[in-house]
Design a protein around this ligand. Structure first.
Ligand SMILES: C[S@@+](CC[C@H](N)C(=O)[O-])C[C@H]1O[C@@H](n2cnc3c(N)ncnc32)[C@H](O)[C@@H]1O
Length: 643
């Protein structure tokens, strides 16, 4: 029986460096030798001398190396389930995670890498008043518990990143860079990330995203009209924010992105002046920019009334001559009512994908403004104005329209969740189109200070709820109430308005603490290698993360030989975390497990996991292991492990 040790691959969020090296080795085996990577060979394989960095174009800042290293360091934390704070724990596929998002993203990597369709983030804009999370390289989870006041004695007081700090942009970049790097891993092949930002950090954000996602995967900068009433205070009234969009692969995104639903107004633009039997159509010019055309698009076009037309200066025809002739013969080119005009291509309503190509201008009247968002949130929270700048659900729904499908289990992730707008928008969208999209929202339990006038309404609201004074409490409460409201307003909607709550904490597995001056006790402590106070549920969900399973995978419990046994993912994983397995237990337990595994018969076999300290002695452990191996065929047994 293999034991999962705290430092091995199964006990951490996975070694990103090791995975990178393995990918490189698969591509360039000749660049690896006894001493590891042969960097000079690798350079050569990548196309000769690369530039040496000194004068390279790109973004550089103090701490960049460290920030990169922080992204590569595995998390030693875990996510502890909190069914009591959740809604519809048993059935929901949505997740709210309380914690620092970098640690959380690292922990989600194994389960969700390549699976997230849409990431939306609205990070602190770094206005000088924002709290910008200071990462700690050596002790990510300990740092988190201290910053949020869960350990230590500073009461969770957090300070903002001020312009006078001397490291204003640097601090922000150091915070953003590792998060974006890990987030990229979660995006699916056809996924995209949208990031809200304003003028303060647009330059650095664009530069850092170009580096992380690749310049060629930059899709567009969206301009979102965030206010409709002019601002009075500045030389210009700033009425927009940016939303930068990057794709995991711009090419795939271009092929798969969806059109926006056709509005009545857009529908009205289709007419049928020539009574075409194919129905209503609208027309677009039959020309394209000359610079983008091929040679075959430059020719003299013969019109049905016998004219020879050159494309206008700087342009070419949209189709080559052969295709154009075909389209004219099929009455798909419109030369105006008189037939003597310039050619235009007819686009039939019945043949379009029935949608509109999204524009880069998102107007408040279409997607909502900041003011609308404030009202959306405060209406749900008994009129309390607890967020300064939440985003409207319409803004998120526009992104979902472009990137997600109703009938899929597309995952939408927001790891700066704030008031939980992204989760609310997913539920609203699903209710509108009977969809099954899922969301994951991550929010820091950022302490709210009742002495701070800006934070007082939010702190008071938490007091009223009898909850700790943190932003994460507001996120959860908004989502609870939004789910109820959506259900009440859409009586026929049977979809998911629940969510599972998880909280970031130190791993359930104790690290080995050598204590040379107290070796006997150190060894005894280590034998029970599970941290005190941790439940079977805690261990179970840590296991899911370590083994890369979905946190909402169905879990079934049975009692076998008097012990609780969990079947996860229809037999993929069978877990018994009982604290005691004696020699006498081994046979009834082993045979019961065999029977259940045979019934479930998952493709790829079953993996069994036990609590290592549960075994009364080596004989109990060996017997149980042998019973499983002897009674299950090889292809039905994926592994037997202890924890
Ligand atoms: C601008 S707000 C997001 C607002 C959100 N879009 C909405 O509509 O309500 C940014 C949020 O990120 C949270 N945050 C900042 N640093 C974080 C971190 N390291 N991990 C998780 N959340 C963080 C802040 O507490 C804040 O609530």
């Amino acid at each position: 029986m293999d034991k999962i040790e705290p430092n091995d691959e199964h006990a951490t969020s996975g070694s990103i460096v090791a995975e990178n090296v393995a990918a490189l080795r698969a591509l360039f085996p000749e660049a690896f030798g006894e001493g590891g990577i042969k960097f000079d060979v690798l350079k050569q394989l990548l196309g000769g001398p690369l530039d040496d960095g000194e004068e390279r174009y790109g973004l550089s800042w103090h701490g960049k190396k460290r920030a990169r290293q922080i992204a590569l360091t595995p998390s030693l934390g875990t996510l502890r389930p909190c069914p009591d704070e959740s809604v519809d724990w048993e059935t929901t596929n949505n997740i709210v995670i309380e914690g620092d998002n970098l640690e959380v993203l690292k922990l989600l990597r194994k389960s969700y890498a390549g699976k997230v369709k849409l990431i939306y983030i609205d990070p602190p804009y770094n206005t000088g008043k924002d709290f910008v999370y200071p990462d700690d390289f050596a002790d990510g989870v300990g740092n988190y518990l201290r910053i949020t006041g869960q350990v230590g004695d500073d009461g969770g007081k957090i300070t903002s990143n001020t312009e006078s700090s001397g490291r204003f942009h640097t601090n922000w970049l150091n915070m953003m860079y590792p998060r974006l790097k890990v987030a990229k891993e979660l995006l699916s092949e056809d996924g995209a990330i949208f990031i809200s930002i304003d003028d303060t950090e647009i330059r650095d954000l664009k530069a850092v995203c170009d580096e992380v996602f690749g310049e060629s995967n930059f899709v567009v900068p969206v301009i979102w009209q965030k206010r409709v009433t002019p601002e009075n205070r500045r030389a210009f009234s700033v009425e927009h924010d940016y939303v930068l969009c990057y794709a995991r692969s711009a090419e795939v995104f271009g092929e798969t992105r969806r059109l926006l639903p056709l509005t009545d107004e857009a529908r009205d633009r289709y007419r049928n002046p020539d009574k075409d039997p194919r129905g209503d159509w609208l027309s677009v010019p039959a020309i394209a920019q000359g610079g983008h055309g091929t040679k075959s698009q430059f020719y003299q076009l013969l019109t049905p009334d016998g004219r020879l037309l050159d494309p206008p200066p700087g342009c070419c025809w949209r189709y080559n001559q052969e295709r154009m002739t075909r389209e004219i013969a099929d009455n798909r080119i419109w030369f105006g009512a008189s037939g003597g005009g310039v050619p235009r291509i007819k686009k039939f309503l019945d043949e379009t994908r029935q949608g509109i190509t999204p524009s880069t201008l998102w107007f408040a009247e279409e997607v909502g403004a900041n003011e609308d968002a404030k009202k959306e949130v405060s209406r749900l929270l008994d009129g309390a104005v607890v967020f300064d700048n939440p985003k409207p659900t319409g803004l998120l729904r526009r992104m979902q329209d472009i990137t997600t499908e109703a009938g899929t289990k597309d995952i939408i992730l927001d790891f700066f969740a704030g008031s939980g707008t992204a989760g609310h928008a997913v539920m609203a969208q699903n209710a509108a189109d009977n969809g099954t999209r899922r969301y994951i929202c991550v929010q820091l339990p950022e302490p709210l200070d009742p002495e701070n006038k800006d934070q007082k309404p939010a702190a008071d609201f938490c007091d009223k709820l009898g909850k700790p004074r943190t932003i994460a409490e507001l996120t959860k409460e908004r989502l609870r109430r939004a789910g109820k409201k959506i259900k009440a307003e859409n009586k026929l909607f049977r979809g998911d308005t629940g969510f599972r709550v998880f909280k970031l904490d130190s791993s359930n597995l104790k690290p080995w603490d050598p204590r040379p001056d107290d070796l006997p006790n150190a060894v005894t402590d280590w034998i029970e290698n599970i941290r005190p106070g941790r439940t079977e549920q805690d261990l179970l969900y840590e296991l899911l993360l370590k083994l890369g399973l979905d946190l909402c995978v169905p879990v079934e419990v049975r009692t076998i030989a008097g012990k609780a046994v969990y079947n996860i993912g229809a037999g993929t994983l069978i877990v018994c975390l009982d604290k005691s397995i004696t020699r006498a237990d081994a046979e009834p337990l082993g045979l019961g497990l065999v029977q259940w595994a045979k019934q479930l018969a998952p493709a790829g076999g079953t993996q069994f996991v036990f609590r290592d300290s549960a075994f009364a002695d080596d004989v109990a452990k060996t017997n149980l292991d042998a019973i499983l191996r002897q009674n299950l065929p090889d292809d039905a047994l994926a592994a037997v492990r202890s924890l």
